[in-house]
Design a protein around this ligand. Structure first.
Ligand SMILES: C[S@@+](CC[C@H](N)C(=O)[O-])C[C@H]1O[C@@H](n2cnc3c(N)ncnc32)[C@H](O)[C@@H]1O
Length: 263
């Protein structure tokens, strides 16, 4: 039985709030020393895996740039980019993830705005509000991407850029447990994969835990084709291994694109 009526936004909000309480690695804020170094011009941020993003993908001088950290809570990229001079808004679906950003901002005296919502609906922002959208690996948590790319395009100024990280869809071909526990790559799923179409609620609870965030593999057409369809020009592409999964020795777990809204 498939419970395809489940609301992924509500479900994943609760899941990510819980991950914060459990100390998930994507919820651990940067240190005061990281912020101090960023203020002095020594900084890096992660877009995929544990790899610092290529600095040439961001404006050379962030001072005064309006930057949207999209689905990027956890007190990680937002505070660093704010300390580096950008005017940062962090948008995320999890109140606790946003709380991590506010905690860092308060601790280290940073200006930073946080906004709660679904990445597919950025209507809280006017057209052409941002110079940069920084969107680390998070679109696996929504079932459809076309609105994400359309909204990113709309809120960017002409000449602005979208840096987007996402999961290599091929990762979802494999049996998750066999891979993580025994390093065996056993093909079990057709693509595109989603937790809710491939497993019943009971199977999911047994396999991942009832509270685990719901994931969707998407296709490269959804990811890269979707950005092009929204009007972006793709100007850069890179990939990175997973930071811990056994799949890291076989293939890149993450892809990232740099896309530009034409002038
Ligand atoms: C892996 S974390 C990414 C944040 C992290 N700072 C990073 O470096 O990748 C995924 C984030 O996506 C957010 N998220 C999940 N579904 C969302 C949605 N529909 N809209 C906005 N954010 C969402 C989660 O709350 C979580 O903060």
């Amino acid at each position: 039985m498939q419970d395809i009526e489940i609301d992924p936004v509500a479900h994943n909000r609760a899941a990510w709030d819980k991950y914060v309480q459990e100390g998930n690695e994507w919820s651990i804020p940067v240190s005061a020393a990281d912020v101090e170094r960023a203020r002095a011009g020594d900084w890096s941020v992660v877009l995929i895996g544990h790899q610092p993003v290529d600095r040439s993908w961001l404006p050379a001088d962030l001072t005064g740039k309006d930057l949207l950290c999209l689905a990027s809570g956890g007190g990680q990229q937002g505070p660093v980019l704010a300390a580096a001079g950008a005017s940062v808004t962090v948008f995320d679906n999890s109140p606790r993830q946003l709380g991590q950003d506010r905690n860092v901002a308060e601790r280290d005296g940073l200006e930073l705005r946080t906004v709660l919502g679904d990445m597919r609906d950025l209507s809280v922002f006017a057209d052409a509000t941002f110079d940069v959208v920084f969107h680390p690996v998070s679109n696996l948590f929504v079932p459809d991407l076309s609105e994400v790319w359309r909204e990113c395009f709309r809120v960017l100024r002409p000449g602005g850029s979208l840096l987007a990280g996402f999961v290599n869809p091929d990762v979802y071909l494999f049996d998750h447990e066999a891979l993580d526990e025994r390093g065996e790559m056993i093909v079990v799923h057709k693509l595109p994969y989603s937790d809710i179409t491939c497993y019943s609620a009971e199977e999911r609870a047994a396999k991942f835990g009832a509270d685990a965030a719901l994931e969707y593999s998407h296709t490269l057409a959804d990811q890269i084709g979707g950005q092009l369809a929204a009007g972006f020009v793709v100007a850069g592409f890179t990939e990175a291994p997973h930071q811990s999964s056994a799949s890291a020795s076989y293939m890149s777990h993450y892809f990232a694109t740099l896309a530009v809204k034409p002038d």
